[in-house]
Ligand binder design. Structure first.
Ligand code: ADP
Length: 485
């Protein structure tokens, strides 16, 4: 790990305000842990409400100037940041693996995916467009312009420490907004390294701040009460999202919410089973199952269920588990002991209700928060594991007989983020995709996220879209200017 020690020493650990790490709050720090060992990796400055307001002062000081910066110039900075993240891909990958736990190969994919938001939105910055038309009545002209929303607060989760930042920072900066990022307490190091990269890419001071804290609400609360803040964008649990939506009402903030998921993964009897098993491995086991798009419920046609389950079980049982920074491991630790207990409780509850364990089924002893890759079949639909987000390497399988039953089962959740279907029928694909109550549907694909596509949920999975041509709209206000003829 000597390379890693050098890397760690190069990561800023102070609050990132005014374009540099500040030592002002170094008397208050919190520990960042390696979930594979439980060891402390670094002590990071712990932001207070005053620090957060200092970051907002800084954002407000430069907001007007940043909004007036030529779109091409904003684009060049984002593009330079993409290049720097790409050049330092191995550093980012290793840092994420060590603070978050995921396998190194997964971190490398996240670096490519996360960096791409910066390149994509560098290309969107010069394409912000309004419109101009003659009023239908013929007695005026209509001019519609777009302007940046203003200073934004981004609150990000730990499961994709880089991409959940770039997916918000990219469009905000492209639109001409300033942004304060409150990264997850478990994984602040990746975001601090990203702040350094933006400074190296030429981002003016104050446009981006990063305020790690051990007490999220004490930082987000005062910021959201301050009338100078204009937007909050959040990725995390529905419970916290709901609180933030309530708080956002006071100042009537713009909100974007990427909340929990409970993705159905439906395998019809006409599916290509090899493709379906490959897809299930990706949709379920990617990121160790710690993804809001993870296949939470595998809903499989009874005619092919045993065949599918046997093949999936063989693949899952063969997965190598251990520290993510050891290249041979495919599944790293869960993020915390608490997260592992919550996965264990869901599995134990399902098994007590009658689910059959086909492989795995329990935590792994020793240091670190490892859980066995698990397949459960015959999962009773009343089990908690069917209703709640698992966030671990556990595949829970239930059966169905008719297409209508499959659709009803898939939709019987308050969530509506991602859904996956496997069938060789084009008619069925389109029919079922239409009927599913979710913001995203993968057809014969187990991984759907793409910076060029709108990511977002319906029902209690969220509000708004990130990525695609839609993503930048979340950071733009619409103004109508009425002109005479
Ligand atoms: P997870 O279960 O994935 O940790 P959370 O919704 O708890 O999801 O956390 C996502 C982000 O929200 C993290 O950055 C966390 O610090 C932050 N957070 C948690 N509770 C609050 C709160 N009450 N107010 C503001 N942010 C919060």
């Amino acid at each position: 790990m000597s390379n890693f020690d050098d890397l760690l020493a190069s990561v800023p650990t102070g609050l990132w305000i005014d374009g540099k790490p500040t030592d002002a709050a170094r008397s208050r720090t919190f520990a960042v842990e390696n979930p594979a060992t439980g060891d402390t990796l670094a002590e990071v400055a712990d932001a207070s409400a005053e620090d957060a307001l200092r970051a907002l002062d800084s954002a407000c000081r430069v907001q007007r100037e940043w909004a007036a910066t030529a779109p091409r110039q904003r684009a060049e900075i984002l593009r330079a940041a993409w290049q720097l993240v790409t050049d330092r891909a191995e550093d980012f990958a290793l840092l994420m693996t060590v603070e978050m736990g995921k396998a190194l190969a997964e971190s490398r994919s996240e670096v490519a995916y996360g960096a791409e938001f910066l390149r994509w939105f560098s290309e969107e910055a010069p394409r912000i467009q309004g419109r101009y038309t003659t009023a239908p009545s013929g007695n005026g002209r209509i001019l519609v312009t777009k302007s940046p929303v203003g200073p934004c607060l981004a609150i990000t989760p730990w499961n994709f420490p880089l991409a959940m930042g770039t997916r918000k920072i990219g469009p905000a900066l492209a639109a001409g907004c300033t942004m304060i990022v409150k990264p997850a307490e478990a994984t602040p190091l990746t975001m601090l390294l990203l702040a350094q990269v933006f400074a190296d890419a030429g981002l003016p001071e104050g446009v981006l701040s990063v305020v790690p804290t051990s007490d999220a609400a004490s930082v987000s609360g005062p910021l959201m009460e301050d009338p100078r803040l204009r937007k909050v964008t959040f990725t995390g649990s529905t419970a916290v999202g709901r609180k933030l939506i309530e708080q956002s009402a006071h100042q009537v903030l713009r909100v974007s919410m990427e909340l929990g998921g409970n993705a159905p993964f439906v395998v019809f009897d006409d599916a290509d089973l090899d493709a379906a098993v490959d897809g299930a491995m990706a949709a379920k086991m990617r990121n160790g199952g710690e993804a809001c798009t993870a296949a939470n419920r595998l809903i499989v046609a009874n005619a092919v269920r045993e065949e599918f389950t046997a093949r999936l079980t063989a693949r899952v049982a063969a997965m190598t588990v251990g520290p993510g920074y050891d290249e041979k491991n495919q599944i790293g630790p869960l993020i915390t002991a608490k997260q592992r207990s919550s996965v264990a409780e869901l599995v134990d509850d399902a098994v007590a209700a009658g689910a059959r364990v086909r492989t795995g089924g329990g935590p792994i002893d020793g240091p670190g928060y490892f859980y066995q890759p698990t397949v459960l079949d015959d999962v009773p639909v009343q089990s908690r594991i069917v209703a709640e987000e698992i966030f671990g390497p556990v595949a829970a399988i239930t059966g169905f007989d008719t297409e209508d039953q499959a659709i009803a089962a898939a939709n019987s959740t308050e969530f509506g983020l991602a859904a996956y279907i496997y069938t060789q029928s084009l008619d069925r694909s389109l029919r079922v995709a239409d009927a599913l109550e979710s913001g995203m549907v993968g057809v014969n694909r187990g991984v759907i996220s793409d910076p060029a596509a709108p990511f977002g949920g319906v029902k209690q999975s969220g509000l708004g879209s990130e990525g695609g041509t839609e993503g930048i709209e979340e950071y733009l206000e619409t103004k109508y200017v009425a002109l005479p003829l």
